[in-house]
Design a binder for this molecule. Structure first.
Ligand code: FAD
Length: 345
């Protein structure tokens, strides 16, 4: 389905796994599966699934259970479910960018995401409630962000392997539609709010990978992000979740929207391009984590004190925030130029 070999995910060799993530017993050479015949790409599929449970085993009601049951995890510099086995993936070596995944398969996924979960698209006479509008905006914002990353790193010339920006694509898919840009900002603010709300929890969490220097750096970067005075000043409460789920039908509505989001989460398994699936699952898990933080785990509002997150949820949340903020930055930097180019046409 993808035209580019580039769409496959490059898995880390065993030598790069943190010790603490490995199973206690050594694996034999027979356990290793080589990718594309390269010995350095040998993959250990015997990672200790418990390692990724990290902080808690509580499932997220907003996401599809497949991501956390059966020992299979989606994750981040880390794991990726393949037949309930796991591999270790460095996201920096597998950037979200153009892969050539397009056509009916990609279209069907987006159509299902929007129509299965948005009754108004099936029956225009139905009105969306505020909460459903939020779910729609979150998905649309994520969709804008993915399109922007495709435009930011596009294969301009296959013959010479020339990569660069595709401003026409960015304009045609996102900038031309002000609501898509607004939804990108909305999703960014929503996730930012979740991160700032969970700041105390995130600061105290363990980021242990066995690499002392990298772990220290991670902790320091997390603190810099959480307590950045510029962020606090510019965006004191980027999104106010307090008004939602009010009224008698609140709990029922919440369950319905949770189910809708779980459907979206499950749909990500159907994405036919390996790298798109990795990033799609990662970012949807990040959104599910933001929803969990903002709307609590068990139905009680403001239960942030009892919040518990899995390690992979935190990884997904932070990577999602990074993807969205890079998209917003790109829109700021090149958006006006793209508008000018298109207006000149
Ligand atoms: P699509 O982006 O497929 O959009 C389909 C339709 O959705 C549009 O016609 C429009 O009606 C509507 N739409 C588009 N944007 C929005 C929005 N922001 N809000 C509301 N409605 C909208 N391709 C890559 O090259 N790299 C990737 O990393 C990648 N990741 C993907 C991840 C997922 C989960 C999925 C489903 C696809 C991914 N793709 C990726 C494919 C990519 O998103 C497009 O589907 C593909 O490039 C074809 O684009 P298109 O022009 O047909 O429109």
């Amino acid at each position: 389905m993808c035209r580019l070999r580039d769409c496959s995910v490059c898995e880390c060799p065993e030598s790069e796994f943190p010790e603490s993530f490995k199973k206690p017993h050594r694996f034999s050479m027979n356990d290793l599966v080589c990718q594309e015949g390269k010995p350095q790409a040998a993959v250990d599929r015997t990672l200790d699934s418990k390692a990724f449970r990290g902080w808690t085993e509580i499932d997220n009601p907003w996401t599809n259970d497949d991501e956390t049951d059966n020992g299979s995890y989606l994750i981040l510099i880390v794991v990726y479910p393949i037949n309930y086995e796991m591999t270790y993936v460095n996201l920096q070596l597998n950037p979200e960018r153009y892969t050539g995944y397009t056509g009916p398969s990609a279209r069907r996924i987006w159509d299902s995401v929007y129509s299965e979960n948005c009754p108004k698209l099936k029956d225009p006479s139905q009105e969306l409630c505020q909460e459903e509008k939020i779910l729609y905006k979150l998905i649309s914002g994520l969709h804008s962000s993915i399109s922007i990353h495709i435009a930011a790193e596009y294969l301009l010339d296959e013959a010479t392997n020339l990569w660069g920006q595709n401003l026409t694509l960015m304009y045609d898919r996102v900038l031309k539609y002000p609501d898509r840009v607004r939804n990108l900002y909305f999703t960014f603010l929503f996730v930012l709010r979740a991160v700032t709300k969970a700041a105390d929890y995130l600061e105290q969490a363990e980021y242990d990978t066995g690499n002392y220097n990298e772990d220290l750096r991670t902790q320091s970067l997390i603190k810099q992000l959480l307590y950045n005075p510029k962020l606090q000043a510019a965006c004191p409460i980027p999104f106010d979740e307090a008004n939602l789920w009010k009224g008698q039908s609140g709990p029922e509505l919440k369950q319905k929207i949770q189910q809708q989001f779980r459907n979206i989460s499950a749909l990500m398994d159907c994405v036919g391009c390996e790298k798109c699936r990795l990033w799609g699952k990662l970012q949807v898990l990040g959104l599910g984590t933001a929803l969990k933080i903002l709307f609590s785990v068990d139905g009680q509002e403001n239960s942030i004190q009892t919040l518990q997150l899995q390690r992979n949820e935190v990884i997904a949340l932070m990577n999602l925030l990074n993807r969205l903020s890079e998209s917003v930055k790109f829109v700021h930097e090149v958006g006006p130029a793209a508008d000018r180019i298109m207006e000149g046409h």
